[in-house]
Design a protein around this ligand. Structure first.
Ligand code: APR
Length: 296
């Protein structure tokens, strides 16, 4: 099969003349902010079975361990700063009326980059939301406490490398914390609070999905941007196929050559770091960006 296009100038022309744009982002967008991805080199799931941590069953079995994992990820996310990739997408959203960005990221960096809420969907929820595990309906949004509660303070310490999680190393004992000391639901007073993220085996928010599907089905889509995602988790990954069915040219931004698989000669592949590539790709619409993400 012939390779996808790689010309930035050609893409800039396409972007200028495009109206409806859909983006799907993943952990790679936040890699330049120092947050580990899930899969691939240095990825979180490389050494750990995600079902041992990121499922309702895992939480039922050991809520303290699961909370330690999420308290640590909250700490990393709160310490991290949005990068030029987040800012470039946020600016594009301000300039293009018909741009919708779907992110699988739960780190809060796109909202913090000023991405307009109406043009951003957090497909997998947010690390900064805490909700009732018993589903009484309670949700505490954008909770910025770090640690999330005093008992989880060991997870909010800085470790020499963000890519090791000593608490999950079988040789490092998890600090002994009692279930009573992790967050409880202040509303129903019976359930534990849990992170407001979508776990494996759980469904995405139905209302959000039908709204996104309506947007996708409305009309022709000009561009489908696929940024920093292995596109292996559904339903998120399915949007690339849906957009293609609606006529979209697919544009992949990823350092991994394998992520260009399936692209056709009408598509684009930009191999590299999203924080470097996105500001260049969008420059014609958003203007030049400095190293901190400010438009010059
Ligand atoms: N810029 C762009 N892409 C990058 C960068 C970078 N600097 N660094 C790494 N990547 C790419 C990797 O090559 C990989 O293709 O980002 C991708 C990250 O893939 P995953 O780790 O699988 O992350 P993601 O696709 O977001 O995972 C989807 O899986 O575990 C669940 O719920 C979790 O939302 C997550 C979902």
């Amino acid at each position: 099969m012939m390779a996808a296009k790689t010309s930035i100038d050609e893409f800039k022309n396409l972007l200028n003349s495009s109206n409806r744009i859909l983006a799907l982002c993943g952990a790679g967008l936040s890699a330049a902010s120092g947050l580990p991805t899930f899969r691939g080199a240095g990825g979180l799931w490389r050494n750990y079975d995600p079902t041992s941590l990121a499922t309702p069953k895992a939480f039922q079995r050991d809520p303290v361990l699961v909370w330690f994992f999420y308290a640590w990820r909250r700490h990393l996310a709160l310490k991290a700063k949005p990068n030029r990739g987040h800012y470039a997408l946020a600016e594009l959203a301000k300039k293009k009326d018909n741009f919708l960005c779907l992110t699988q990221n739960v780190d809060g960096l796109s909202p913090r980059a000023g991405h307009p809420e109406s043009k951003l969907r957090l497909l997998h929820g947010s690390l900064l939301d805490n909700k009732c595990f018993n589903e009484c309906g309670y949700i505490d949004r954008n909770n910025l406490s770090d640690p999330v509660c005093p008992a989880l303070a060991p997870a909010a310490e800085d470790y020499p490398s963000h890519q090791t999680l000593p608490l999950l190393d079988p040789n490092v004992p998890v600090p002994s914390v009692k279930t009573e000391d992790i967050p409880h639901c202040p509303n129903c007073k019976t359930g534990l609070l849990r992170p407001g993220v979508v776990w494996f085996t759980e469904s995405l928010d139905g209302e959000m999905l039908s709204e996104v599907n309506d947007w996708v089905d409305q009309e022709r889509i000009d561009i489908m941007l696929v940024v920093g995602t292995a596109a292996s988790v559904y339903p998120a990954a399915g949007y690339t196929f849906k957009a293609r069915d609606k006529g979209a040219i697919v544009v992949v931004v990823n350092p991994d050559a394998d992520s260009s698989r399936g692209l056709t000669p009408r598509d684009f592949f930009f191999q590299g770091d999203a924080s470097e590539i996105l500001p260049q790709l969008f420059e014609g619409v958003i203007g030049k960006m400095d190293e901190y993400g400010n438009i010059l």
